[in-house]
Design a protein around this ligand. Structure first.
Ligand code: HEC
Length: 292
């Protein structure tokens, strides 16, 4: 008899627990949908709009994309990026060099304007099928992540180039969008006269690493600084550094860092060596971060 009483109690507790978990995830989803997305132009705030206002700018469409975080096709409800930018920034945005997207979780890719003009990008705000606006990030230890308020996706199914780029230019939880008319990363650039391998490594770093990591304080705030004051090439054994970049989970099973995999067509090992050449060259170019 006492068994069933405690059984019922346990059951009630379980119910209560799942109720709170559900309430919590609903609350975060709602909170993320109601935040204003900030639009900046070289440091100045141009406007800050909630999703509902953004949705009045352009008609929403349904767009099917290859979802690089889930390695499957998905259909999103979304706003085309260019009319949104035309309206918020004015046509002049097309003359900027880069656009920096900042996510709630610190992810911060910088995307060349050229890429946004050459390909169709969309701000997704919901799944077509009405399920909660989340995904299971297979690149990040299968973490379930909120996507709102905005999630940048590309019409990538027929583009080899976009498929190769993988998830690197697909920030979710976008809270800030900033135009840059001058090259925004002076502290991350290589010293003059660096090797061709290091220069190719810098391109890989920009595409695959800097949205999460900083070099001399520049880049994303989602993962540790890699160069200042001590470079990872100085305290991680070379063979482990290479292995870490190619498959971090083979060193730390629960890391959320994605390995340099999949979408990269060229030889992964060469790409990794070039990345390390870049990191080594930067260890001789330490610059005090702006906000250390
Ligand atoms: C999605 C975010 C993300 C991306 C992209 C990413 N990393 Fe990481 N990285 C992390 C996180 C988080 C850590 C912290 C260690 C952990 O989680 O176990 C880390 C740790 C590291 C470390 C170890 C630092 C230390 O002191 O322990 C190195 C080296 C590193 N990353 C290099 C890279 C390189 C090179 C790339 C690009 C090929 C890259 N990372 C791409 C998230 C990322």
């Amino acid at each position: 008899m006492s068994m069933s009483v405690s059984g019922i109690l346990q059951y009630l507790l379980l119910l209560l627990g799942s109720f709170f978990a559900l309430a919590l995830s609903l609350a975060t989803a709602l909170a993320q949908d109601s935040i204003n997305v900030e639009f900046k132009n070289n440091g100045q705030t141009v406007s800050a709009l909630p999703l509902d206002d953004l949705r009045t700018i352009a008609p929403a469409v349904s767009i099917k994309v290859f979802e690089a975080h889930e390695k499957a096709e998905r259909i999103y409800r979304a706003l085309p990026v260019r009319p949104v930018f035309d309206k918020v920034f004015g046509k002049g945005w097309e003359n900027a060099q880069e656009i920096i997207f900042t996510s709630i979780d610190g992810y911060q890719p910088s995307i060349p304007v050229k890429k946004l003009l050459a390909h169709d990008a969309y701000f997704a705000f919901a799944h077509e099928d009405g399920t909660p606006f989340t995904l299971t990030n297979r690149l990040q230890n299968n973490e379930i992540v909120q996507l709102g308020p905005l999630y940048l996706v590309w019409d990538n199914i027929k583009s080899k180039e976009l498929l190769d780029a993988g998830a690197s230019d697909m920030p979710y939880q976008i809270k800030r969008i900033e135009l840059k008319f001058v090259s925004p990363f002076p502290n991350m650039t290589l010293p003059a006269g660096s090797s061709a391998a290091a220069q190719r490594g810098f391109m890989h770093f920009r595409q695959h690493c800097m949205a999460c990591h900083t070099i001399n304080g520049e880049g994303g705030g989602k993962a540790p600084e890699l160069n200042y004051p001590v470079s990872v090439t100085e305290y991680i054994k070379p063979e482990y550094l290479k292995r870490w970049i190619m498959s971090p989970q083979s060193i730390r099973y629960n890391t959320t860092m994605p390995g340099l995999t999949g979408a990269i067509l060229l030889d992964r090992e060469t790409a990794t060596e070039e990345l390390i050449a870049y990191l080594k060259a930067m260890s001789n170019a330490k610059r005090v971060p702006a906000n250390p």
